[in-house]
Design a protein around this ligand. Structure first.
Ligand code: SAH
Length: 244
């Protein structure tokens, strides 16, 4: 039997947002590999071996999946949201490139946090937007600042992943400070926490009202562009924009 690897996105949390393609791959799998809380979302069954591992060991995890597939196992690497967004798909290709490994690989998309959050709020990402990972785990924080400033000057709406962790609580204060330097105080921000989970919360504030402790590692932060506005209880960004 020949092995394979599927890198699957489990979506933001709700079972109803796991795609049928991902469910099918999981039903055929012999092994599931991933970060502990994501593997915990996969139902145990006989014949399925779960391999939960801690954060920041993505390359080891990818190598484990490659070894298992080479031994003929059917492996699903699970990510939350989409596996290509700040997640395991790139880590797998880094391992493939570094080791010259060969495997039958499929990437199965999922609903990424910013899209689930945007849908809850209305359509804040309805025009040009960008996603920025605020973690300085794999890049210097100066690069985060550089990209943030340019995105704000380019009038992109933005989505911030990994906004704030216990190990760098000051980083998000700095992000708000840069936004205050680049954008007017009435710019709309959405703090979407644990979207589609039981403890979901959504907070819509202006930049003037935004506080660092409104975000944690289960929050995705959306920032509107200059045209983003409220209509009733919704927040949306119109599809058109004027000249530069
Ligand atoms: N691959 C994932 C992102 C992994 S990075 C995806 O596509 O969604 C982890 C970050 O994603 C978290 O720090 C948070 O910013 C965001 N995130 C993931 N799930 C979320 C959820 N249900 N609600 C809000 N933010 C979430």
């Amino acid at each position: 039997m020949s092995g394979w690897i599927a890198v699957a996105g489990l979506g933001p949390g709700a079972d109803s947002l796991v795609t049928p393609e991902v469910t099918e791959a999981l039903s055929q799998a012999t092994d599931v590999v991933g970060y502990i809380p994501y593997v915990a979302r996969v139902a145990a069954r006989e014949g399925l071996v779960l391999h939960p591992s801690d954060n920041r060991v993505e390359l080891d995890r990818a190598r484990l999946a490659l070894d298992l597939a080479a031994a003929g196992r059917r492996v699903v690497i699970v990510s939350s949201g989409d596996p290509g967004v700040f997640a395991m798909a790139s880590a797998l290709f880094e391992a493939v490139e570094a080791d010259g490994a060969e495997a039958d690989i499929r990437i199965l998309p999922g609903i990424t946090a910013m899209l689930a959050a945007a849908a809850r709020a209305g359509a804040p990402l309805g025009h040009d937007f960008c996603a920025i990972n605020l973690s300085d785990n794999l890049k210097p924080f100066a690069l985060v600042e550089h990209r943030l400033r340019h995105a704000a000057r380019g009038d992109f709406a933005m989505a911030f992943y990994n906004p704030r962790s216990r190990s760098r609580p000051e980083g998000f204060s700095r992000v708000l400070q840069i936004l205050r330097e680049e954008c007017p105080p009435d710019r709309l921000l959405i703090f979407a926490r644990a979207v589609t989970a039981a403890d979901e919360s959504l907070r819509i504030v202006t930049l003037a009202e935004a506080q660092p402790d409104m975000a944690d590692m289960r929050t995705v932060v959306l920032v509107g562009n200059s045209a983003t506005r409220r209509v009733g209880r919704w927040v949306y960004t119109p599809r058109s924009a004027g000249p530069v």
